[in-house]
Design a protein around this ligand. Structure first.
Ligand SMILES: *Cc1c(COP(=O)(O)O)cnc(C)c1O
Length: 495
């Protein structure tokens, strides 16, 4: 049955999957949601015998209903290949009291790779299907992780170019090195003299610049966005929840129909929303434990029914979760508002104007499967140390927020349901925080000395993504002022 995508903010005409992927955001500013969540049409038994790529096809075909089998399989094959350092793509590791679903085996060793390795192929396929003749120019402002994952995903993909703006003095040395060494003739990385907000504001202006759009069109280009509200990022993320359930079933850790809990270190709410979609497709998920760091807007929201971003923004050791507006939460709000776009739009207007909104008790009741959890910096570091000392397993800071929040949940509830914790980054990506958590003696070492120490204590080989940047030449040296971003784009496109 065909799935169409409608906006969360109005009753405008629904669009096909390929159109939703190309547009990113609906014209009214809302997010695209499927008009119904499709049910899995294969058994867990059958799924448990499939490879990651085969499971990906069984899940994604139900959402991307205007893609042919050949088109979709082609996208999947090109995404989940040797860029991943394991054939399993998303392995499960048992440590302590839970299974860690390792989502960091892709090109940039963070979970963004799970979706950003396939998005470029979904996008170019969508462009072809919609007779778009222009090359797609992806424009992104990044505070670190997303920029590199998008660069790696789009590098050398025919029919695309990618331009990434980052705050010149606002990302970590490793993150900067990862970006400025990016290969690919179609990639362009620019450090701006300003902060992340300047970069983000500049990108938004460029997206809204009608004059520029016309000039670009004449040269055969059009902008698109790879950010986490694109349905082309959400759908591939559902796959690994289905896959992990099937894997646990195959290993005899679960019987068919037995519930599994999931714990997700959350920022923009994309990853955990994918788990919610998996449940609605028929995967028996019990609780969704939504873990936050000190920026615990979501913890407060699930406890009280009030979403309030009016608070201090705290910089933590899990920077990808330092977020006060979780964009993808809008899709859940829309759903529990009874798919009432007017009601949802009013709440989002209140968020834009007052920085807060309240949901009704009925809406809150419909979200009772979600449990808010959080961990302080201290609790996060203590968890990294304890898990290493007890099991020899080293986790990154984001994953540790989830693991520490899960421990608190178990202590409070005694819930002993089989649990999967989404492990969203390799500890190598945040080696300094991780090693300091284990022992303060590492404090004085250089970044690469820490990498070598981490290798020794964890018995996990240094990933390629890290090895590469030790010696990789810097290929991108462009810098610009924050009001020169438009010219920088034109220069790169030879306009
Ligand atoms: C992006 C990211 C998150 C947050 O995921 P959301 O889908 O935005 O909730 C958590 N951990 C890491 C390492 C990330 O890169």
């Amino acid at each position: 049955m065909e799935v169409l995508y409608k906006s969360t903010r109005s009753n405008s005409e629904p669009v096909k999957a390929s159109e939703a992927i190309l547009k990113g955001l609906a014209e009214d500013g809302g997010l695209f949601v499927p008009d119904h969540i499709p049910a899995l049409d294969v058994s867990i038994e059958a799924l448990s015998k499939m490879s990651y790529r085969e499971v990906a096809y069984e899940v994604m075909k139900l959402y991307l209903t205007d893609f042919t089998e050949e088109e979709l399989k082609n996208c999947i094959d090109r995404a989940y290949d040797a860029k991943f350092d394991t054939e399993v793509i998303a392995p499960l590791a048992y440590a302590g009291n839970a299974y860690y679903l390792e989502l960091f085996h892709g090109a940039t060793i963070a979970f963004k790779d799970m979706a950003l390795s396939i998005l470029p192929h979904l996008m170019t396929t969508s462009a072809k299907k919609n007779q778009v003749k222009n090359d797609i120019v992806i424009l992104t402002a990044t505070s670190g992780d997303t920029g590199k994952a998008a660069l790696a995903g789009f590098a050398d993909v025919d029919g695309t170019k990618i331009i990434v703006f980052y705050p010149k003095n606002g990302v970590s040395p490793v993150q900067e090195k990862q970006m400025v060494t990016q290969k690919g003739d179609n990639t362009h990385v620019i450090g701006i003299h300003g902060n992340f907000d300047d970069a983000q504001t500049g990108v938004k202006q460029l997206f809204g610049d009608k004059e520029l759009a016309v000039e670009m069109d004449a040269k055969g280009y059009q902008f698109s966005s790879a950010n986490s509200i694109n349905i082309g990022r959400l759908v591939p993320q559902i796959v690994y929840y289905v896959y992990s359930y099937a894997t646990l079933y195959a290993q005899g850790k679960l019987t068919e129909g037995q519930a599994m809990n999931v714990v997700v270190p959350t920022g923009n709410f994309g990853n955990i929303l994918a788990a919610y979609y998996a449940k609605n497709m028929g995967i028996p998920v019990g609780k969704f434990i939504c873990a936050s760091n000190d920026n615990k807007v979501l913890f407060d929201f699930f406890a009280t029914g009030t979403y309030d971003k009016n608070r201090e923004f705290i910089l933590t050791s899990s920077p990808s979760m330092d977020i006060l507006i979780s964009s993808n939460l809008e899709r859940l709000i829309y759903k529990v508002a009874g798919e009432d776009s007017e009601k949802n739009a009013a709440l989002m207007a209140s968020l834009a104007k007052e920085g807060k909104y309240d949901v009704t008790p009925e809406m809150k009741e419909k979200m009772s499967d979600f449990i808010g959890g959080y961990a302080t910096e201290e609790e996060t570091f203590a968890k990294i140390k304890a898990l290493y000392e007890d099991c020899g397993y080293v986790i990154d800071t984001h994953t540790a927020v989830a693991a520490a929040a899960y421990d608190k949940y178990v202590k409070e509830t005694g819930d002993d349901t089989v649990t999967v914790i989404a492990s969203t980054a390799s500890p190598y990506k945040f080696a300094r925080s991780v090693m300091n958590a284990i022992d303060s003696k590492y404090d004085s070492m250089s970044d690469f000395e820490l990498i070598d120490e981490l290798c020794k204590i964890s018995n996990v080989a240094v990933p390629n993504a890290i090895e590469e940047i030790r010696t990789a030449p810097v290929l991108h040296k462009t810098e610009c002022e924050k009001d020169e971003m438009k010219q920088a784009v034109k220069n790169f496109l030879n306009m």
